[in-house]
Design a protein. Structure first.
Length: 200
């Protein structure tokens, strides 16, 4: 603990010295710029004004009063000009944003309406194509099989609509067999279960 407290006083003087050096450098730079402005601009202007006051006191007095009275209007003009320019830029940005959002909303509405129209058209076309196909298929089945073709047509239609698949009977867990009576749409299927062997 004593070692820690002994090291802290050694770190703070270094920090203070760096801050003091930085502050002295900043003050020196500001002073150099101030001296430069004073020597290159302020003093020549004052000497010129003093000389002109001696040569033309009435004219310089008028110009001094006029410059003093014109300072506020000139500053006001500059301020109002900057304010007007900033306002115009701001209003232009807001107007552009509003116009963009309005156009984007119109485009979104048009897109939604177009997609909905295409959805309705596709649904109607699908229904018409399905109806034409089913009607044609019914006519073909009746032409080839007679009145019994209606049953096959109903089965096919049910398969297309409800995604039902005709499956052949397979062996159950008890290995039952399937017998088919007849051939064609009027055939019948019978399930025959094997009898278990009698207990001894």
């Amino acid at each position: 603990m004593n070692g820690v407290h002994e090291n802290q006083p050694e770190e703070h003087p270094g920090m203070e010295e760096r801050l003091s050096t930085y502050f002295d450098k900043s003050v020196t730079i500001v002073r150099q710029y101030a001296d430069l402005i004073e020597q290159d601009y302020a003093q020549p202007v004052l000497r010129y004004a003093s000389l002109k006051f001696k040569e033309k006191p009435v004219t310089m007095t008028f110009l001094s009063i006029f410059a003093g009275l014109s300072a506020l209007p000139l500053l006001s003009f500059v301020g109002l000009t900057v304010f007007a320019l900033s306002s115009i830029i701001f209003l232009a940005f807001i107007s552009a944003a509003i116009a963009f959002l309005t156009i984007e909303a119109i485009l979104v509405v048009c897109l939604v309406f177009t997609l909905w129209s295409l959805f309705v058209t596709a649904s109607f076309t699908t229904a018409v194509v399905g109806f034409v196909y089913c009607t044609t298929r019914l006519g073909m089945l009746i032409a080839h099989q007679g009145p019994s073709g209606v049953t096959d047509w109903a089965d096919e239609t049910r398969q297309y609509i409800f995604y039902a698949r005709k499956r052949e009977a397979t062996d159950d867990s008890d290995e039952s067999a399937v017998l088919v009576d007849g051939v064609g749409p009027n055939s019948k299927k019978f399930k025959v279960e094997e009898e278990s062997p009698p207990d001894n």
